[in-house]
Design a protein around this ligand. Structure first.
Ligand code: WTA
Length: 650
């Protein structure tokens, strides 16, 4: 089989940056790109010096010992001085850092001064429990202000945090704590989700029954006032420790390469990897992209990244980027359908949100709920719309553009990964003419190429996405597993970072992400990306969401099997299934027509919203269900398996 990925006709609509937007944008020409192309190290050195405050200037911009990069060596800085103290010193202590809103409707307004005080106090609490620079702690919390406070308190004293998403099971907590030798877990009794407390502390207790022997303390925030067991000597209430803590905790300068955090990738397949990020380079790229990709005007903007801090998107674009840039953010605890399906639009209207950053899966859910929910609210304050997490199909892009953006706001489709730390491929809103479904091009200072299986550059067509030069916020390795770091990202091409994603490049040089390479099917010798078939399925007016897998097939090697959720307005029937199959055929050609289309009520997703195609493949190939621990709702697959048995194939 050749390594080439089949490429279909590409979306041809283009949208130039709106003239009024571009006129007032921070960047509206190609000068940043040109500067970075001429000398990318000098470009990043300038950004590091302009965007951050250093206690000691660096002397070496980049040390590249393939595949290990170190940035800004010799430089010393404190992460939280950059996020907090310097804004307070500049007279902005009263500026709102977070407009926080709990799911039940409770609100907290947290200024930069408030945040600094709380961070210093909690840093002193951590010290009083014996934590020192270089230690690791696990954080398992809901979306409450104590979560960023915890992360920043760790960063202030050089303790690396490992945030574990609140939806994960006790096993996931044990594994991550053991891998990192975490000394402490910071958690809460529970967090609000869909109108009721969703318990957290009992999962920590279960995780510690026989596992994670290095964890000697657990600190618990009382969020929901539920009954939890407190283990004498091990468990402590946050509010009790904070009551006596001093707010005096100097920001100690740290090496640029001080470990900032570990973040375990959610692991839809193998054992999770502890992705390592450090301080100076990470903060430089995150601050740069947060500023330019969202066209940030910190004096007037109210920025909102509606992700969960449990994922890298929240680390970089709810905590570190926005705070470094001194902007006001919205932070929301709960789900978008509680108490009503207009919750997001209600929040956006009330706070006058200017930038909204969300995921394609959320956008498709909003599409399914219908435009009435959106139309209840005035969204005219929005200036930039962002998306991240998976390829956005042109249908969802157009819906976002028309119904949320009033056909007048730039969309930034940002491609990046936990491993890349910050944005890598995305339009710049005042500069780039966008095409729906394309993440467009690399940011200034990042260089990508699409290559074939042998590593030959593809100038137009499909292949694999690689990054050809080190970038400041790149992962520094996998915690405790150098071999796996080399093998996962560097073995395939030697001197290029292999992202694990398929991509195509069009005649204008625009990049189109095709999803994980593991999600490429081989149908009669053609390599076809599941993302493209899914996009064609969702293009049918009755289809709200779709997932595609390749199931073993005697004739064609693999056969395309589609799982489809219908729009609320459509009625399931065999005719409709057939019509949907033919629709794909019409759009992409007969090789791409799914062999079967199943109409389902829900799709199996990880907690971060990624479809777990592996499980659908198990169902399609008639296997039992494997490991479903990372699923948001495990009953979904059982229901699909049940339905698959009943449905007839053609
Ligand atoms: C996918 C999330 C297409 C991709 C920040 C990547 C995307 C993986 C996009 C990383 C996008 C993320 N277009 N695909 N704009 N953004 N992806 O580590 O497959 O949770 O490799 O980081 O998500 O997911 P992660």
């Amino acid at each position: 089989m050749s390594d080439e990925i089949q490429v279909f006709d590409m979306e041809q609509r283009t949208f130039a940056p709106p003239a009024d937007f571009a006129g007032a944008a921070l960047a509206n020409d190609r000068s940043l790109y040109e500067e970075a192309e001429a000398d990318f190290e000098a470009f990043w050195a300038r950004q590091a010096r302009e965007l951050l405050t250093w206690n000691t200037d660096f002397d070496t911009t980049l040390e590249w010992d393939l595949p290990y990069a170190k940035w800004f060596l010799g430089g010393k800085l404190n992460m939280t001085y950059n996020c907090l103290d310097r804004h307070v010193e500049a007279g902005k202590g009263d500026k709102v850092a977070y407009h926080w809103e709990g799911e039940p409707g409770d609100k907290r307004t947290i200024t930069y001064q408030d945040l600094l005080t709380e961070v210093c106090k909690f840093a002193n609490v951590l010290k009083s429990k014996g934590l020192e620079k270089g230690d690791r702690v696990a954080v398992y919390m809901p979306m409450i202000p104590e979560l960023p406070i915890t992360m920043l308190a760790c960063a202030r004293i050089g303790v690396a945090h490992s945030v574990i998403f609140g939806g994960f099971s006790p096993d996931a907590i044990t594994d991550r704590c053991e891998d990192a030798d975490a000394k402490m877990i910071i958690t809460a009794d529970a967090g609000y989700r869909r109108g009721a407390p969703s318990m957290l502390k009992p999962n920590v207790d279960a995780a510690l029954v026989d596992g994670a022997p290095t964890v000697s303390d657990v600190i618990v925030v009382n969020r929901c006032d539920t009954e939890v067991e407190m283990v004498e000597g091990r468990d402590h209430w946050w509010h009790e420790l904070m009551a006596d803590a001093s707010a005096d905790c100097p920001a100690e300068p740290m090496d640029s390469e001080q470990l900032l955090y570990l973040l375990y990738t959610s692991g839809t397949t193998a054992k999770p990897k502890g992705i390592m990020h450090t301080t100076g380079g990470y903060l430089t790229q995150v601050a740069f992209t947060h500023k330019y990709i969202f066209d940030l005007k910190p004096d007037t903007d109210v920025y909102w990244c509606a992700a969960d801090i449990g994922w890298v998107t929240g680390h970089s674009y709810i905590v570190y980027g926005p705070l470094t840039n001194g902007c006001t953010s919205v932070m929301y605890e709960g789900t978008p359908d509680t108490p009503g399906r207009d919750r997001l639009w209600d929040i956006a209207e009330r706070y006058g949100v200017t930038q909204l950053y969300t995921a394609p899966t959320a956008i498709r859910t909003f599409m399914k709920w219908g435009t009435e929910e959106v139309e209840k609210h005035d969204l005219s304050s929005l200036r930039v719309l962002g998306t991240v997490g998976e390829p956005i199909n042109p249908e969802a892009w157009m819906w976002y553009h028309e119904h949320i953006g009033g056909s007048a706001r730039p969309i930034v489709d940002t491609w990046w990964q936990t491993e890349t730390g910050g944005h890598m491929i995305t339009p710049m809103p005042g500069v780039t003419a966008t095409k729906p479904g394309s993440a467009c091009s690399t940011i200034p200072g990042v260089f990508a190429e699409v290559v074939d299986g042998d590593g030959n550059k593809v100038d137009e067509g499909g292949g694999f996405l690689t990054i050809v030069k080190p970038w400041p916020s790149m992962l520094r390795g996998i915690w405790g597993d150098d071999e796996r770091y080399r093998e996962t990202y560097w073995a395939k091409y030697g001197d290029r970072y292999f992202a694990g994603d398929g991509a195509k490049i069009d005649s204008d040089g625009y990049l189109w992400l095709l999803g994980r390479v593991d999600d490429v099917m081989n149908v009669s010798g053609h390599r076809i990306s599941t993302a493209e078939i899914e996009s064609a399925l969702v293009d049918h007016p009755a289809v709200a969401e779709a997932a595609v897998v390749g199931a073993a097939d005697e004739v064609t090697g693999q056969a395309i099997i589609g799982y489809v959720i219908l729009m609320g307005t459509a009625t399931a029937s065999d005719e409709l299934r057939e019509e949907i199959r033919q629709h794909v055929s019409k759009k992409l050609g007969p090789t791409s027509r799914p062999k079967s289309v199943f109409l389902v009520d829900d799709l199996p997703k990880t907690r971060s919203g990624k479809i777990m195609r592996r499980l659908l493949k198990d169902v399609a190939e008639g296997r039992g269900l494997g490991d479903t621990t990372t699923l948001a709702d495990a009953s979904v697959v059982a229901a699909i398996a049940e339905g698959a048995k009943e449905a007839s194939e053609d």
